[in-house]
Design a protein around this ligand. Structure first.
Ligand SMILES: Nc1ncnc2c1ncn2[C@@H]1O[C@H](COP(=O)(O)OP(=O)(O)OP(=O)(O)O)[C@@H](O)[C@H]1O
Ligand SMILES: [Mg+2]
Length: 297
């Protein structure tokens, strides 16, 4: 493919309440995109979820996971080091500044600097700064709700305090990129339950006001309503002998899917195209990823 024909890189940030299935979803989405495009799946933080899950070593530099799919773990400190080296050019200058006691203290008290560096890294391919990041799609298994919003607010906060010089210029291009609907997508993973659904709704609004974009909502662990209703019908059929315990169980399931429907309708008011991801009845993580992936096709 000639360079000018190359499509623009896409960055997808995956967020949502803790424990709702963000990492499973991000991996399934990355596998889906890697069927036709070159994908980098990125984890944020110091510890990798996928390294145990997939039995691979996940580091700052991308490691190949499968055809067209690489994986990496980005900590704020490593992104900041790379960013600083890019600005300061020489390792010796980097050491002079970053290994200096006063600047170290400054970095420790200014988490926004590390957050900015993470966003700087994620958008570096698009902005053509720093080392090459030659992927068609970057999927970021990002932080949960509150921390994610702090990450996104970092460039705006920095822009308010530093208005001139190379750092201010970089910050402005990061801001522009995270607000560009042609480049960035935001995926909120949630569950059809009160707390995660209300949190997802608030997060959706916060994203509209922070980056001006409508996030897509993915409702995970939806129980199979049709099958449960069928089960109920069958257990009520004349000639089928069911114990009280079995009947109670079916009724429990029925009220569970009814409650789920209430929260699904609530979430649909925010995103009428919201995707439903089924609850996968398996204890085998890879099978869960495969089944979740099928619902994304
Ligand atoms: N559709 C699903 N069906 C069944 N189990 C699921 C489904 N999605 C996720 N899980 C399970 O739910 C648990 C939490 O998933 P996951 O680790 O992806 O959540 P997370 O949002 O990334 O959590 P954290 O906030 O801790 O990073 C895991 O045990 C996972 O296997
Ligand atoms: Mg996770």
């Amino acid at each position: 493919m000639k360079h000018e024909e190359k499509q623009q890189q896409k960055i997808i940030f995956v967020t949502g309440k803790g424990g709702v299935g963000k990492s499973i979803f991000a991996l399934a989405l990355a596998q889906k995109y890697s069927q036709g495009q070159k994908v980098l799946l990125v984890e944020l933080g110091l510890h990798s979820f996928y390294s145990d899950f997939l039995g691979v070593s996940v580091e700052y530099q991308p490691t190949p996971l499968s055809k067209n799919l690489d994986i990496a773990l980005w900590s704020g400190a490593e992104c900041l080091k790379e960013y600083a080296l890019h600005l300061l050019k020489a390792e010796s200058l980097y050491k002079l500044f970053f290994e200096n006691r006063i600047s170290r203290a400054l970095i420790d008290v200014a988490p926004a600097l590390s957050e900015l560096a993470i966003l700087g890294k994620a958008t570096s391919g698009i902005r053509q700064v720093g080392p090459e990041l030659s992927y068609d799609v970057i999927i970021v298994d990002a932080y949960a709700t509150g921390h994610f919003m702090a990450l996104l607010r970092a460039p705006r906060g920095m822009n308010e305090s530093i208005q001139f010089g190379p750092m201010a210029e970089q910050t402005r291009t990061i801001l522009k990129t995270i607000r560009d609907p042609q480049i960035c997508e935001y995926a909120i993973v949630t569950l059809p339950e009160e707390l995660p659904a209300v949190e997802a709704e608030e997060l959706h609004q916060a994203l509209v006001s922070e980056v001006g974009l409508n996030a897509r909502i993915y409702c995970n662990k939806v129980w199979p309503q049709a099958e449960i209703l069928k089960l109920k019908k069958e257990s009520g059929t004349a000639g089928v002998r069911v114990s009280d315990a079995e009947m109670n169980f079916v009724q429990e399931l029925e009220s569970l899917v009814e409650r789920q429907q209430v929260w699904i309708q609530y979430l649909k008011q925010r995103d009428s195209n919201m995707k439903l991801i089924p609850m996968v009845f398996s204890s085998e993580p890879r099978q869960i990823v495969t089944e979740v992936g099928k619902s994304l096709l």
